[in-house]
Design a protein around this ligand. Structure first.
Ligand SMILES: [Zn+2]
Length: 298
């Protein structure tokens, strides 16, 4: 089996995929319903999303499992179906990816805060462990722990994957720009994240979501200040969403990001994809630029 970090360490840049959540809503997911339940009830719709990213040129495909933890699933009374939902999520993306492309299972935060006493470390670990085991059974290559903001929760997620599976661990945080620089919801800087989650054993680290591709250039530079070698993945939103005619519209078009992708690569990003608001059209643009860089290196 390929290790994503081995490919990247050999000097090859990779393209991951784009948005899932905003894409599901476009396909008719009602707000307030459980996105991950669609793995069981709307198999073909979920498959079409994965396939559209494979066709756009993604080397790594994500899965529809962002909120597939015990805490979020129990809000829909679906917690007993956790393993089935997680395994099916991976199977759908694996079917779209075939044998040539890689599958990273999406694992989002629980929404519970250790610091507030909402939950114990053991409860978090147990939920992440169940997800990780199901992802491995489904045939994933890696787990992508993404959109995290708290170091303590990330540590539980990384440990749960590493101690119960042989899957590669990708971990990305979401940073907002403030007058004091980039910080997560819990006040973690890119530098602090880098130090801490490398120590926890993450194989690939980076940032996702946030305010768009342009801001990610600075975040990549901050990560590289701390580690020259750790593979970096960036999956940015298509800018900040604005309401236009009662619809959420994302400001960074595929044309806009053409100028920014080379800057991300120059700063040290190894894997580039998108988050909220990005489409297969964005991925085609990223893939084209990534392939040009790979050709040049040969
Ligand atoms: Zn996002």
């Amino acid at each position: 089996m390929y290790k994503i970090s081995d490919i990247v360490n050999a000097g090859t840049l990779l393209t991951s995929d784009g948005a899932w959540g905003t894409y599901l809503f476009k396909k008719g997911l009602a707000s307030g319903s459980c996105p991950e339940e669609w793995n069981l009830t709307h198999y073909n719709d979920v498959f079409e999303i994965a396939k559209s990213y494979v066709d756009a040129g993604s080397d790594i495909i994500s899965t529809n499992s962002f909120g597939s933890n015990l805490f979020k699933l129990s809000q829909y009374n679906l917690h007993e179906k956790l393993a089935e939902i997680c395994q099916t999520a991976v199977k759908i993306s694996r079917k779209a990816a075939g044998v040539d492309k890689l599958v990273m299972a999406s694992l989002g935060p629980t929404g519970k805060f250790l610091i507030m006493g909402d939950v114990t470390s053991e409860e978090l670990y147990n939920s992440f462990k169940q997800q990780a085991i199901a992802f491995e059974k489904g045939g994933a290559d890696a787990v992508c722990i993404e959109t995290f903001y708290a170091l303590d929760e990330a540590e539980q997620a990384i440990n749960a994957v590493k101690e119960n599976t042989t899957l590669e661990v990708i971990c990305t945080f979401t940073f907002d720009k403030s007058e004091y620089g980039f910080k997560t919801l819990m006040g973690v800087t890119p530098q602090q994240m880098t130090e801490s989650i490398i120590l926890c054993g993450a194989d690939i680290i980076g940032a996702n979501c946030g305010s768009g591709f342009e801001d990610m250039v600075e975040i990549v530079k901050s990560i590289r200040e701390v580690s020259e070698r750790i593979p970096i993945i960036i999956q940015a939103n298509a800018g900040l969403p604005v309401f236009e005619n009662e619809k959420l519209v994302y400001s960074e078009t595929p044309e806009n990001i053409k100028q920014i992708i080379p800057k991300l690569i120059d700063a040290g990003a190894n894997i580039i994809g998108g988050c909220c608001g990005t489409t297969p059209e964005h991925i085609k643009v990223i893939c084209e630029i990534v392939n040009q860089f790979n050709q040049r290196k040969k």
